[in-house]
Design a protein around this ligand. Structure first.
Ligand SMILES: NC(=O)c1ccc[n+]([C@@H]2O[C@H](COP(=O)([O-])OP(=O)(O)OC[C@H]3O[C@@H](n4cnc5c(N)ncnc54)[C@H](O)[C@@H]3O)[C@@H](O)[C@H]2O)c1
Ligand SMILES: [Zn+2]
Ligand SMILES: [Zn+2]
Length: 365
């Protein structure tokens, strides 16, 4: 099978045609990947040149069930599915409280996410290849467990479905699940990649009255305005906090979202937020640290919220988001701006770094 492998010390993925996948064992599902989106979190892994190699990353994937192991009743061969990077057990303290993204049985931040038997199911040239980020979506076929995927309607286009694996669930979910933005609220969205743009769509769905966005890339600001943002700021030319204060009668926004991964932007968000408001941290700035101004936090009752994969419940949110797409209220077609064969994956990551297009998906068909 074809796959893009991250090798030790390399900063480009190595596209191969000889990755092997084993048959699914008991309680496992083998999926033929159709599309996998390129998320900045994948790029951050590549740029960090990790020691856990050779590894297949990619975590924003859709596909078709190829075969199932003994005891699997949740899906059958031929089913269309969206894979999920953070499977949840459904039974622990956190899952039972409706917080599956912080499932106690899946809190590992390790890059290598073995199957329950400890293996990855992947081999190449006589060596094991690791399964990364809970999916290994940059491979033509992968093995996962039934809680690692959710079934979707068979007529769903799989390129549209792929971006529900991470970016859209993360962005829309940060707005509607984590922040719970209400009708008439004001929001500030910092960063307009696949995640930030999904936040714009989420804010629109939540009927936010004021949607201020900031990104240095002019095309992305223009796309955000098309998708319902009300004010677009070029952070290189204007002061984001000043514009926000002016647009909100000097109060600040109800919610600010960091969709970049920068402590500086979390600070901007905090200062641009109204008393009683919240800053939602979605971007991943690896070891970035932010000093919380405790006086404002206390006296102004500000809040700082973390949001992982949009605090989403995969089996609820994937069908819900696809329903909104079908009814024309969630413009996923607009978000997927490029479809490239897996052979062009490195060029796709170059586009991500340069801010070209909104979301690229790589295809195996
Ligand atoms: N919390 C989660 O569950 C989760 C899930 C997915 C992605 N992420 C993280 O979210 C972030 C965004 O992901 P993405 O795939 O949309 O990335 P992306 O690279 O597509 O988009 C990032 C955007 O930020 C913009 N930007 C850079 N500096 C800026 C600044 N100073 N002010 C405003 N905008 C600026 C860039 O121009 C770009 O458009 C990444 O850190 C990623 O790792 C988090
Ligand atoms: Zn759990
Ligand atoms: Zn992601």
């Amino acid at each position: 099978m074809r796959a893009a492998i991250l090798e030790h010390g390399e900063t480009q993925l190595n596209v191969v045609a000889d990755l092997e996948v084993r048959d699914p064992g008991p309680g496992e599902v083998r999926v033929r990947i159709a599309y996998c989106g390129l998320c900045h979190s994948d790029k951050s892994v590549i740029d960090a040149t990790p020691d856990e190699t050779p590894i297949v990353i990619g975590h924003e994937a859709s596909g078709t069930v190829d075969s199932v192991g003994a005891g699997v009743s949740q899906v059958s061969p031929g089913d269309s599915v969206v894979l999920t990077t953070k499977p949840s057990c459904g039974r622990c303290y956190w899952c039972s409280r409706g917080r599956p993204t912080i499932c106690i049985n899946n809190q590992s931040t390790a890059l290598f996410t073995p199957l329950p038997d400890g293996s990855s199911g992947l081999r190449q040239g006589g060596r094991d290849v690791l399964r990364g980020l809970g999916v290994a979506g940059f491979a033509e076929m992968v093995i996962t467990t039934p809680d690692g995927l959710t079934r979707i309607d068979p007529d769903t286009p799989l390129d549209i479905a792929a971006v529900l694996g991470c970016g859209v669930r993360t962005g829309v979910g940060a707005v509607v699940n984590t922040a719970k933005v209400a009708e008439g609220d004001s929001v500030l969205i910092l960063g307009l990649g696949g995640v930030g743009m999904s936040m714009v769509m989420g804010a629109n769905l939540a009927s936010a009255a004021t949607i201020i966005v900031s990104d240095p890339v002019a095309e992305r600001r223009a796309a955000a305005i098309d998708l319902g943002a009300t004010i677009a700021v070029d952070p290189a030319a204007e002061d984001v906090i000043e514009v926000t204060m002016k647009a909100t009668g000097g109060r600040g926004v109800d919610y600010a979202f960091d969709a970049v991964g920068s402590a500086k932007l979390v600070a901007t968000g905090f200062d641009a937020t109204t008393p009683g408001g919240a800053v939602v941290v979605v971007g991943i700035g690896s070891d970035a640290t932010y000093q919380v101004p405790l006086m404002s936090l206390m006296v102004e009752e500000k809040r700082l919220l973390g949001s992982l994969i949009g605090s989403s419940l995969v089996h609820r949110d994937v069908p819900r988001l696809l329903g909104l797409w079908r009814s024309g209220r969630l413009d996923l077609d607009r978000l997927v701006t490029s479809r490239r064969p897996i052979e062009e994956i490195n060029a796709g990551f170059d586009d991500l770094a340069a801010g070209i297009g909104l979301r690229t998906v790589v295809a195996f068909n």
